[in-house]
Ligand binder design. Structure first.
Ligand SMILES: [Zn+2]
Length: 348
């Protein structure tokens, strides 16, 4: 969980706890007098107690300002990170990247609705708990302790909401950053508990077309996607051995924990209605999929390419759009400059 996520979760938990504490305090005060009422059945006592306590939806109220703050922070950090990644990977400044307002709009409303749902679940479970408590004659203290378990459950669900929506905003913002900078591929990276997740471990260190890889893959997924360019494999800018090792280790740990890699659809892909998982264009074990390897063109061959072929190649080799445009102005008059630029960028 990131710092921004922890901060927001802290604020949410504070709200949940203060509502819970109010309910608990009332419970301890009112429970016994209702218990002593012999004319009532357990479910009637529970109903009476509930009426005394008032609203028991501990997630009642507006969490939108908390989510707004969270996604604003995540968005800003992701934009910066995407921009840094692009700069590092292509050695030039990143193009302009703006935030994904639509995505944020969706997640803030979805997260608010999910908070309300769990608040409602607390209320319903508390009601059932009171009935059981009067039936079994638990007394006020034990009932309050059981109510505390419900609070713990609600807080766990709040953490899930914060984590998976935070990760979604982060991924989509970064994708936008890559899109704006002509990065066409991403490499899947597991982190934290996903190192031993059957779905994520199976995807670790596989390269996908941007947009085809969907992270998070499931609730609580902490995977992230990094930019990838095909030519990095050939010019040594990408550490193939590290990648292979990371994948091997993850799968090994997964097996040790008694799990097995699952190459099928991830839970989120399923819920999006996809019918088959995305095909990797490069994998740590097998390298490029058929037809995906970039062309290998030697320096002497470069002399025979047309202007449009040189442009396409320059793009393929990861030269920035600005650089290609600048080179394009010279036409073929300065073929040597073209060749130098392409060769320098492609051979490292
Ligand atoms: Zn994952």
């Amino acid at each position: 969980m990131t710092k921004a996520e922890k901060l927001s979760l802290g604020k949410i938990n504070q709200r949940l706890e203060s509502n819970h504490n109010r309910i608990e305090e009332q419970l301890l005060r009112k429970y016994e007098s209702i218990r002593g009422n012999d004319g009532l059945l357990p479910h009637q006592k529970a109903l009476l107690l509930k009426n005394e306590l008032g609203s028991m939806n501990i997630a009642e109220g507006d969490f939108l300002p908390i989510f707004d703050e969270l996604y604003g922070n995540v968005d800003a950090v992701s934009l910066e990170t995407a921009s840094d990644m692009v700069r590092l990977s292509q050695g030039s400044a990143a193009g302009r990247i703006s935030s994904r307002d639509q995505v944020i709009k969706y997640w803030r409303e979805d997260s608010q609705a999910r908070m309300q749902k769990w608040g409602k679940a607390y209320e319903q479970q508390a009601q059932a708990l009171f009935e059981l408590s009067y039936q079994q004659n638990w007394g006020a203290r034990r009932t309050a302790d059981e109510l505390n378990v419900l609070l713990g459950r609600t807080e766990k669900n709040a953490a899930r909401i914060v984590r998976s929506s935070g990760n979604s905003v982060r991924t989509l913002t970064m994708k936008q950053g890559y899109d704006a900078n002509n990065i066409e591929f991403v490499i899947w990276n597991t982190s934290g508990s996903d190192k031993v997740c059957p779905y994520c471990s199976a995807r670790n260190q596989q390269v996908y077309k941007i947009g085809e890889a969907i992270v998070p893959a499931h609730v609580n997924c902490q995977c992230y996607l990094l930019p990838f360019k095909k030519e990095w494999v050939q010019n040594g800018k990408f550490d193939k051995e590290w990648s292979k090792e990371s994948r091997r280790k993850g799968l090994e740990e997964l097996n040790k924990a008694g799990g097995a890699a699952n190459n099928g659809l991830t839970p989120f892909e399923k819920s999006m209605g996809l019918d088959k998982p995305p095909k990797p264009v490069w994998t740590a074990e097998k390298g490029f999929a058929r037809g995906e390897a970039p062309r290998v063109i030697t320096k002497p061959q470069l002399r025979y390419l047309s202007l449009s072929e040189l442009k396409a190649l320059a793009q393929e080799r990861g030269l920035s759009a600005d650089r290609v445009k600048e080179l394009g102005k010279t036409g073929l008059g300065k073929r040597a400059t073209w060749i130098r630029a392409i060769a320098a960028d492609s051979r490292g």
